[in-house]
Design a binder for this molecule. Structure first.
Ligand code: HEC
Length: 152
């Protein structure tokens, strides 16, 4: 048993040494391994980075333009007067009679801080309770936006 093991080892030894030799005495092969790893990493990471960047881009710029309600609202021409009335009926309880802020924030600078798409989402989606979501048609939403731009 012992004998056969040592014979086996003797048979394997040259092979073991050969492997060690390659790694220790040939720097070019280790360099090759390293550069292979580097290229492999880049090939692996680059597509992931690209996918991440592209989806972030679409997430930022695509959401608002692909939403049909937002599209319809932005293409409708709003009336400041009607918007004022809609605001007085629905929003003053929280944002104040002249949008100066009450429970909700002052909305005078809202249109310069927020994009139209964000404001539309704020009104129709109920993203930030306690502000409720409103069921509003796109024309009325356009009126409301026109009013909000007029007080900015
Ligand atoms: C029940 C109270 C309430 C009503 C009604 C309400 N809001 Fe608000 N609104 C809030 C609160 C509270 C916030 C702040 C939410 C937050 O924490 O971001 C807010 C935030 C907003 C914002 C974002 C402001 C900013 O600076 O980020 C806009 C725009 C807005 N409301 C518009 C409206 C409009 C237009 C209406 C009417 C259609 C309306 N709100 C009705 C309570 C209300």
């Amino acid at each position: 048993m012992v004998q056969s093991f040592s014979r086996d080892l003797a048979e394997y030894q040259p092979q073991l040494f050969h492997v060690i030799e390659v790694f220790v005495t040939e720097p070019s092969s280790t360099a090759a391994v390293h550069s292979f790893l580097k290229v492999g990493m880049i090939r692996f990471l680059l597509p992931i980075c690209l996918i991440f960047c592209i989806s972030t881009f679409f997430w930022f710029f695509g959401t608002y333009h692909s939403d049909p309600f937002i599209k319809a609202t932005l293409s409708a021409k709003g009336s400041i007067d009607k918007g004022n009335r809609i605001f007085k009926m629905n929003c003053v309880g929280c944002h104040g009679i002249s949008a100066q802020g009450l429970v909700g924030p002052d909305l005078h600078s809202a249109t310069s801080r927020l994009s139209d798409g964000k404001i539309i989402n704020q009104v129709v989606k109920g993203l930030t309770p306690p502000m409720p979501s409103f069921e509003i048609d796109s024309q009325s939403m356009a009126d409301l936006l026109a009013y909000m731009h007029s007080i900015n």
